[in-house]
Write a protein of this length. Sequence first.
Length: 684
Amino acid sequence: MDLSHPVEVVKGVGEQTLKKLNKLGIYTVEDLLYHFPRSYEDRSKIIKISQIEYNKTNTILAKINTLPQNIKRGKKIITKVNLRDDSGSIFAVWFGQPYLKKQFKLNDTYIFTGKVTYKYGQIQIESPDYEKIVDDKDIFTKRIIPIYPSTYKLSQKVIRQIIYNALVETQNQLIEFLPLWIRKKYKLADYNYAIHNIHFPESEDSFLISRKRLVFEELFLLQTGLMSIKNKIGKNKKAIKFKEIKELDDFIKSLPFELTNAQKRVFNEIKQDMINDKIMNRLVQGDVGSGKTIIAALALFLAVKNGYQGVMMAPTEVLATQHYKGLTPLLEKFNIKTGLLTGSLTKKQKENILNQIKNGDIDIVFGTHALIQEKVSFKSLGLVITDEQHRFGVRQRNMLSEKGNNPDVLVMTATPIPRTLALILYGDLDISIIDELPPGRKNIDTYAVNSSYRHRIYQFIKKELINGRQAYVICPMVEEAEEENLKSVISYTEELQKEFKGYKVSYLHGKMKPKEKQKIMNDFSEGKIQILVSTTVIEVGVNVPNATIMLIENAERFGLAQLHQLRGRVGRGEFKSYCILITDSKNKVTIERMKIMKKTNNGFKISETDLKIRGPGEFFGTRQHGLPDLKIANLYKDIPILKKAQEASEIILSIDPNLDKEEHKFLKEKINKFFEEKIKNISL
Ligand code: ADP
Ligand code: MG
């Protein structure tokens, strides 16, 4: 059986099961085998009833000795059944589940796991988990068995059986794709062994050995795939050598504020890259509001005064326009001509701009994806900047660079990626970090409340509006969807219009036309709109210093990094600002996230913690960056393995840069499969 076969070839997968498996994202045999357990239950430790330990969790294999009885005790119904094995007998009791009475038949055998107590003069196992055993030789008794994460209405028993069947049918047939020297050097288990033992470990050791192999494998595939794309970019090319320009100091002096030390340091790093003969490939990481835009302006200034053109691409029209409008007045004073290219220009306007870019009349172009979609050609492009890089793909950045003759490249992101992930994503980029906010910024007070507080919150917002401030309200969806509790932008706006009579409440969402969006944003930033109800389109970069309230509905819907980005829209001016998170969720992870948001305003700390509390596949960064999901590696715990995987990738690519050698054939196939279509969209 081939791993690429559809999962329905596995014994036990009928039509109904197939549908459910598909819901879990399982389509092939490989998907099934890579559906790893969340935890394990150690049934190798089944004991005799005579060996039971009180006040501890015990697992026994026993027969139903008496038919279950429902007994009333006060208002509670207790279901009680006697169990026996060849060493003795014990009662099992459940509370408030009278239907269990019909569950058990005389002499059927079950495994029970639960806490054993001695009460009312008898030994009892309380509310035990139970699973029926068809016969004593059942493969799943007396061993460590897997517990799967999401099962989408498939019982653990069914999914366990199916995976077991797939393992039997593929036994020792999985083709090892890791070269032998790698397995030897890093002491990694064989592929077949690892896959089998991650599901049905023979012992704790065999689990650990298998996990290590699979974590390594995952990180190695990821790393090798990424490095091989990077290696194809910008190798052995000659860069522009920019010269230092005196006028730059005048430009810096002309700015409305003094640069922070962090800004000075980071710009210096950029300048050094620009004046040497290597192609700059630098990532500027800085928390929301740390002042990245002005750094971009300085670099663009330097490029233009060296006789080159510069381009700055932003992920949304709102943001591109904001950059254009914000920086043009500063640059104009130094005879620098700017332009804006977005999708919503008329044909004529577009042609006009394109011409000016081509003949060099425009020195700096701001814009959106239109910069790569339209037939833009530059006279002499020397510097390419992408803002909010995590919203772009590596390919898009390259398409922009290719419009120049090896221009220097600067990428900026407000996603404070933890070092571990930065290691993966930006392995060969130089990184500059702006670790300081401009002076005078006040901490944003953050509250997390449930919806019963909504009325009080409205009162609070009213106070701010009376003082002339503005508010953002974020909802997860555009239109009322099947999920009733989700506040939707349009209907919620109507509600708020009634609540806030005399104020202007408008909405903004991603499905609106760019022109409409722009109009709303302009009105909001000019204070014509007091409350802006929005989806997360507002998340990146928008700067309205007069807004002091960020209210987020259904906060459980958003990842920590996203919440932090949203919060960064306020606290941008002189006024004290507030972020209010509304959620009725009692989910542990949600509660944990809300706590972190309350505790810190530091983006790096937030993303580190996010990494800790989330499972490997859920990690915000990987999905957001368009990377394949990680199924087993944990980027927090598995850093030592990550380092080894990186080392191995480097070695293998130095021997065989395109993995064309025969012995790397399967590895190459595996990498391609691992990345699938995603490779195009990876954001580096
Ligand atoms: P981000 O890093 O999130 O892109 P911006 O570049 O939009 O941040 O800057 C946020 C705000 O801080 C802007 O209003 C900008 O003018 C202001 N700003 C930037 N640098 C400084 C500074 N050194 N001193 C004071 N204000 C600054
Ligand atoms: Mg920005």
